[in-house]
Design a protein around this ligand. Structure first.
Ligand code: FAQ
Length: 329
C-alpha cells in the first residue's frame, strides 16, 4: 500500500491517451489548481505517493528531535535552553499534523510507525548525522531548517488539501527555527577564536548532508516526474538545491564562515552559484542504514514506541468502555 512498496514502474507519467476517463478528469482538476480533498476520487498511485511522502516527512520531524534533544540539557544559557525546548516541541507538533494528514488517506499512525520501525519507510538522511558541539545546533537551525523551508514553502501549494494546510502552519514555525539557528551562528562566528572554530567545523560537517536533504539529482530522482504532474511536488530536487545554495552562500559570507567547497563560484552568465555535488555514494549508504547514527536513531524510536504501548492500550480500553456505556444508555 505504501509507495515505497509500489516502486515506480519506470514507465513514466501516463499520457492523456493512456488515462482512464476518471484519471483524465482527476488530472484536469490538478491542472486547474483544484485542491483534492480526502473523500474525492484519486488514483491509487496518487494516494500511495502522498502516503509515502507525508509519512516520510512526519517520521523526519519526529526523528529530527533526537539530534537537537541531545543538547537541551547542555544549552549554554537558560534562554538558549528555553528556545531550543520550544523548537524541539514544535517538531513534535509538525509530526502530529503530518501524521493526521496521512491518516486522511486511510492509513493509521500505528501502521506508519510500524512501517518506519520495520525499515519499509524512511526518514530524512540528515538526521543520521551526530550533533557534536553547541555550534551544531546553530548549523542545524540555519542549514537544516533552511533547507527544510526551501523545500516546504512550495509544498504549501501542493495539490492535496490536508497536506497543503499542514504545510502552511509548519512553515510559519520553521522560519523561527531558522532564525534561531542563524542567531546562534552569529554569536559563535563573532565570539572567541575557539567559538569561531566550532562554528566553522559545524558548517564543514553539515554543508553536504544539508544539500543531500533535497534528494538525488534530477536525473536519478525516481518520483519527481509523476509527483510534479500531480502537483504533489512543485519543484525538482535540483531546482530547490540551487535556490538553497544561492540563499545560503551570502549568509555564510556575512557570518565570515567558509563553505567547504573549493569549486564554489558565482556564475555571471546564469546568475547562480556553481557548487560541487555531494558525494552521492554517501547519501545512498545513509539511506541503506549505514550512516553514523542510523542504528542509534532507530533504537530510540523503537524504545519510545515500546515504552508507549501501555498508554495506547489504556486509551483503547477506555474508548471501548465508553462505547459500551454509550450503547447501554
Ligand atoms: N532522505 O525520487 P526521489 C525537517 C529517497 S523535514 C531520505 O527524488 P521524492 C524539519 C526517496 O524517498 C525534512 N530519503 O524522491 C526539521 C526515494 O526513496 P523511496 C524532511 C530520501 O520523494 C528540521 C528515493 O530517495 N522533509 O527537516 C531523501 O520525489 C530540523 C528517490 O528520491 C520532507 O520530507 C532524503 N533526504 O523526493 C526537523 C519534505 N531524498 O521513497 C527537525 C517532503 C530522497 O522510493 C530538525 N518530502 N530520498 O524508497 C519531499 O519533498 C520529497 O520526498 C524529497 C524526495 C524531496 C525528500
Amino acid at each position: 500500500m505504501y509507495a515505497q512498496m509500489v516502486k515506480s514502474t519506470g514507465l513514466g507519467v501516463k499520457s492523456r491517451d493512456e488515462m482512464s476517463p476518471e484519471e483524465a478528469r482527476f488530472q484536469d482538476r490538478i491542472d486547474a489548481g483544484d485542491k483534492i480533498e480526502p473523500k474525492d476520487w484519486m488514483p491509487e498511485g496518487y494516494r500511495a505517493t502522498l502516503i509515502r511522502q507525508i509519512a516520510q516527512h512526519a517520521h523526519s520531524e519526529v526523528v529530527g528531535q533526537l539530534p537537537e534533544g541531545n543538547w537541551i540539557t547542555r544549552a549554554p544559557t537558560l534562554e538558549r535552553k528555553a528556545i531550543l525546548l520550544a523548537k524541539v516541541q514544535d517538531e513534535a507538533g509538525h509530526g502530529l499534523y503530518l501524521y493526521c494528514a496521512a491518516e486522511t488517506l486511510g492509513v493509521s499512525r500505528d501502521e506508519l510507525t510500524e512501517a518506519l520501525l520495520s525499515g519499509e519507510m524512511k526518514y530524512s538522511s540528515i538526521f543520521n548525522y551526530p550533533t557534536l558541539s553547541w555550534a551544531d545546533i546553530g548549523a542545524v537551525g540555519w542549514l537544516v531548517d533552511g533547507a527544510a523551508i526551501m523545500n516546504q514553502v512550495p509544498l504549501q501549494r501542493t495539490s492535496y488539501g490536508p497536506y497543503s494546510r499542514a504545510m502552511i502552519r509548519i512553515c510559519k514555525e520553521e522560519s523561527f527555527h531558522q532564525r534561531q539557528g542563524f542567531d546562534i551562528m552569529m554569536k559563535m562566528a563573532n565570539g572567541t577564536e575557539a567559538q569561531r572554530r566550532m562554528a566553522q567545523d559545524a558548517v564543514n560537517r553539515f554543508w553536504y548532508p544539508s544539500l543531500m536533504m533535497f534528494g538525488p539529482s534530477d536525473k536519478d530522482s525516481v518520483h519527481s516526474a509523476q509527483s510534479m504532474a500531480w502537483k504533489i511536488k512543485i519543484n525538482t530536487n535540483d531546482e530547490l538545491r540551487q535556490k538553497f545554495v544561492d540563499q545560503t552562500v551570502p549568509q555564510a559570507h556575512y557570518l565570515g564562515l567558509t563553505i567547504p567547497d573549493e569549486a564554489l563560484a558565482f556564475n555571471e552568465d546564469t546568475g547562480h552559484w556553481d557548487y560541487s555535488e555531494p558525494d552521492w555514494s554517501e547519501f545512498y549508504a545513509v539511506l541503506k542504514g549505514n550512516g553514523p547514527c542510523n542504528d542509534e536513531r532507530m533504537a530510540a524510536r523503537k524504545t519510545a514506541w515500546d515504552d508507549g504501548q501501555w498508554v495506547r492500550d489504556g486509551l483503547l480500553a477506555h474508548a471501548e468502555k465508553r462505547a459500551h456505556r454509550t450503547a447501554a444508555e
